[in-house]
Write a protein that binds this ligand. Structure first.
Ligand SMILES: Nc1ncnc2c1ncn2[C@@H]1O[C@H](COP(=O)(O)OP(=O)(O)OP(=O)(O)O)[C@@H](O)[C@H]1O
Ligand SMILES: [Mg+2]
Length: 504
């Protein structure tokens, strides 16, 4: 078969306490987009880290264009044309676009005797144009948006593979749309389809609808083992989902008829709040047990309103009231003292202490309450952590494993559990299901319903309009810093189109 580019055969990999990969096979054909899906902790990232030289397999072999290879490090893999685009991004923000593009490939220019900055910029411009990117190669990268930086990283990876004379580079994308807005995603997909003409792409995502529409073939992993490979024609979300979890999904996703109703008491009120340049004259209430979603595009001000509630941003005007009392929130500590919890968007850096074990992270917000004299009641602490691990189905070899060793989605569950153990009255959640697999998503939806029934008020920025509508009792739509509409979602649910008309 001439179009077989890469084979991974019988790959095994264990970490202390976990068998992450068990005899996994995985092929990549020339010029295809191949999907890789599976529940949190299924082994997707580990398999790709082996492919790009970060981890060594315990067993198994990698065959590239018919030749057995073994990569010593990412640089070695890169020279064979294989590279991964990281969520954390490996772009250096203080360097310019051109400097980032050629980082580590300065030799390319000196070999050709090119030292002038003008020529380097011209080459950078040429490469950017090939990828349909219009930004100036001489600006520092921190001026670019997240989406632009991501495209720059992709362009760099493919360019550098071609500079090493690789015919078909393999580009690995691990949940690349996580931080993109819906409009950016469309553009991104169009770009990927162009890139397919000159490269092969491995595409990891929890968003099955994306995978089904984008990928030519799709591999499913389950508990570190192969659980099927499907051609585009036969793959459906339903099929993938059932292979991922090993059972069929039943019932409606959001179970809206099981949703509780908000009570009359108002927990939190935002009254005519303005932060100049961010949002203006925003007012709304959150009642006991009420779930309020805020919808809006980038720049609508929805993120900033949430930050204000957690003391990360101070309003210029207006009042915040908690249970009828005016409050001033100067810091996250003060927000927590008032009973306001916050699940940030960037969980890895803001939500977790990665080198601390799961048990410590889970109980961090209630540590004071667990003190017995000078010591922490470690037995109680362990009990609480074990309960949360069970309840959220957090995959970890032990409660004592550092969070850094958990898969991305499982780290996210730890962040959620932190707030569930503390006694919050109001919980502000930015994208609580981002990067979480379908099974865990349903678990989180169930938790949100449970919390609502317990009388906790919630403010949510969902990952899609469907999610906002499905979970919320009330939807606030913001545009350019102002509230455009407040839609009821308790008596009957609006449609995504109902929401969209106020967003754009
Ligand atoms: N560096 C590491 N040290 C120890 N265990 C690890 C390490 N990296 C991954 N693991 C474990 O290996 C298993 C597979 O993790 P992996 O990150 O590959 O999952 P994943 O499919 O990418 O999940 P997610 O969708 O949540 O990102 C998990 O049980 C994880 O805890
Ligand atoms: Mg992963």
């Amino acid at each position: 078969m001439s179009d077989l580019l890469l084979e991974m055969r019988g790959i095994c990999k264990s970490f202390p306490g976990v068998r992450a990969l068990d005899e996994v096979y995985f092929n990549v054909l020339r010029n295809e987009i191949v999907g890789l899906v599976g529940e949190n902790g299924a082994g997707k990232t580990t398999l790709m880290r082996i492919l790009c030289g970060i981890h060594r397999p315990d067993q198994g072999e990698i065959v590239l264009e018919g030749k057995k290879v073994s990569f010593k490090n990412p640089r070695d893999a890169r020279e064979h044309g294989i590279s991964m685009v990281f969520q954390e991004q490996s772009i250096l923000p203080n360097l310019t676009v051109a400097e980032n593009l050629f980082l580590g490939y300065e030799g390319f220019f000196s070999q050709r005797g090119i030292f002038s900055k003008r020529k380097i910029l011209a080459k950078a411009k040429e490469i950017l144009e090939e990828f349909g990117l219009t930004f100036d190669p001489d600006v520092p990268v921190h001026r670019l948006s997240f989406a632009e930086r991501q495209m720059l990283e992709i362009a760099r990876n493919i360019w550098s593979a071609q500079a090493s004379s690789v015919r078909t580079p393999i580009l690995i994308l691990d949940e690349p749309t996580t931080f993109l807005e819906e409009k950016e995603i469309e553009l991104f997909f169009a770009k990927l389809k162009e890139i397919r003409e000159r490269a092969s792409i491995v595409y990891i995502s929890h968003r099955l609808s994306e995978v089904v529409s984008l990928c030519d073939r799709i591999y499913v992993l389950k508990d570190g083992k192969n659980a099927g490979v499907f051609d585009r024609a036969e793959a459906s979300e339903e099929l993938l989902r059932s292979r991922m979890v090993g059972r069929k999904f039943e019932g409606e996703y959001y179970l809206t008829d099981m949703q509780g109703r908000p009570r009359d008491e108002v927990l939190l009120e935002v009254r005519n709040c303005t932060k100049r340049g961010k949002f203006y004259n925003v007012s709304f209430q959150v009642a006991k047990g009420e779930v309020v979603s805020i919808c809006g595009a980038v720049g609508s001000g929805k993120e900033e309103v949430c930050q204000m509630l957690f003391g990360l941003l101070k309003p210029d005007e207006g009042d915040i009231l908690v249970e009828g009392r005016k409050v001033i929130i100067n810091s996250p500590e003060e927000a927590v003292a008032l009973g306001i919890g916050f699940i940030p968007e960037d969980r890895r850096s803001e939500g977790l202490v990665l080198n601390l074990p799961v048990v410590e992270n889970v109980t961090l917000p209630i540590l004071e309450g667990l003190r017995k004299g000078a010591f922490v009641d470690s037995q109680k602490q362990m009990e609480i952590a074990e309960k949360m691990i069970h309840r959220l189905n957090i995959k970890t070899p032990s409660p004592r494993t550092p969070c850094a060793n958990l898969s991305g989605g499982n780290q996210q569950k730890v962040v959620l559990s932190k707030w569930l153990v503390s006694r919050v009255k109001v919980l502000v959640m930015l994208h609580p299901t981002r990067g979480i697999d379908v099974g865990a998503k349903q678990e989180i939806y169930r938790l949100i319903r449970d919390l609502s029934k317990q009388g906790i008020g919630m403010i949510i920025l969902g990952d899609s309009f469907e999610e906002d509508i499905g979970l919320a009792h009330k939807i606030l739509v913001m545009k350019d810093g102002r509230v455009q509409a407040v839609l009821d979602a308790t008596e009957s649910k609006p449609t995504p189109a109902d929401v969209l008309q106020y967003v754009v």
